[in-house]
Design a protein around this ligand. Sequence first.
Ligand SMILES: Cc1cc2nc3c(=O)[nH]c(=O)nc-3n(C[C@H](O)[C@H](O)[C@H](O)COP(=O)(O)OP(=O)(O)OC[C@H]3O[C@@H](n4cnc5c(N)ncnc54)[C@H](O)[C@@H]3O)c2cc1C
Length: 311
Amino acid sequence: MDAADRERVLAQIRGVVGDRHAFADPYEMRLYQYDASPETALPDIVVIPGTAKEVAQVVKICADGGVPITARSGASSLAGGTVPVEGGVVITFARMDRILEIDIDNLRAVVQPGVVNLSLSQALKPHGYYYVPDPSSQGACTIGGNVATNAGGPHTLLYGVTVNHVTGLEVALTSGELVQVGGRNAAEAVGYDLTGVLVGSEGTMGVVTRIWVKIQPLPPVQKTLMAVYPDVATASNAVSATRSTPARSCCSKSMARQRLPRNSACAWRKSAARTVRPRCGSLAMRPNARRSGKAARERSRPWVAFRPTST
Ligand SMILES: Cc1cc2nc3c(=O)[nH]c(=O)nc-3n(C[C@H](O)[C@H](O)[C@H](O)COP(=O)(O)OP(=O)(O)OC[C@H]3O[C@@H](n4cnc5c(N)ncnc54)[C@H](O)[C@@H]3O)c2cc1C
């Protein structure tokens, strides 16, 4: 955008969100040029709307003026999704970070896109519930970003990815309209699964302003096991095998040897090509790595280590 266009669009956007929440200072733009990918590109304008209606108005201003829009939530994208490669306006959701409703009776929560993933589960914990999708970045990424990327995590193995836990969306379109697809009782909705189409679309079809999600009771107790395998194929087969046992793994994380910590408690590190950490049903367990690592080195075959801990 040239300077005149930038000033004109900035004035229009400030008319919607106020002077404080839209800016174009070159120094401040640098804070919004990157995410967790190696890519960088400077935006022309950054806007921090406070309501869905403001988002819709900003989107319309940009669409009418042919200005590129990039949505940005937690900016933990590893794929450069929030990097404004063509400049234009970055819309960020730092002010739209409220949990709007927790509906235990219907196993639903309603959130704004800027709610950090982990904070929803933390808010649900006192009620005995949690939000299942758990990307490893869950302390930083937001549910808006998770919807846009259809994020997964260790719980994916048993419970599916974000699309399996979102029942409805409110979305701002380039026409300036706010539309709702699905909702609390999406299972009763007829017609196309537009929520399913929008989840994973990375903001290319609209900007998400409100999200209806499923919530789930916390398991009463859990067990975490750590298994170390000599090669990737054996580890993969073991994960598949757990799926047919009664103690089904609800969560699994695997690590290559190169990623394991180099400390004395990890003596087994040298013998491991791959570790798998499944979490199943009942009691919380923690690995006794030192003792079992010795056995693993001696036998050079898969082993499982655990020690009971309180939940
Ligand atoms: C250490 C680390 C670990 C990670 N682990 C995982 C993992 O286990 N599983 C996984 O799936 N990913 C993982 N990721 C990638 C990333 O965290 C996820 O893609 C996450 O869903 C992005 O959320 P965010 O809030 O940071 O979104 P952002 O990075 O801000 O945005 C991501 C994309 O969504 C779009 N977007 C953001 N908000 C909206 C909105 N309101 N409306 C429309 N579009 C929007 C953006 O334009 C962009 O294209 C990891 C990243 C890091 C850095």
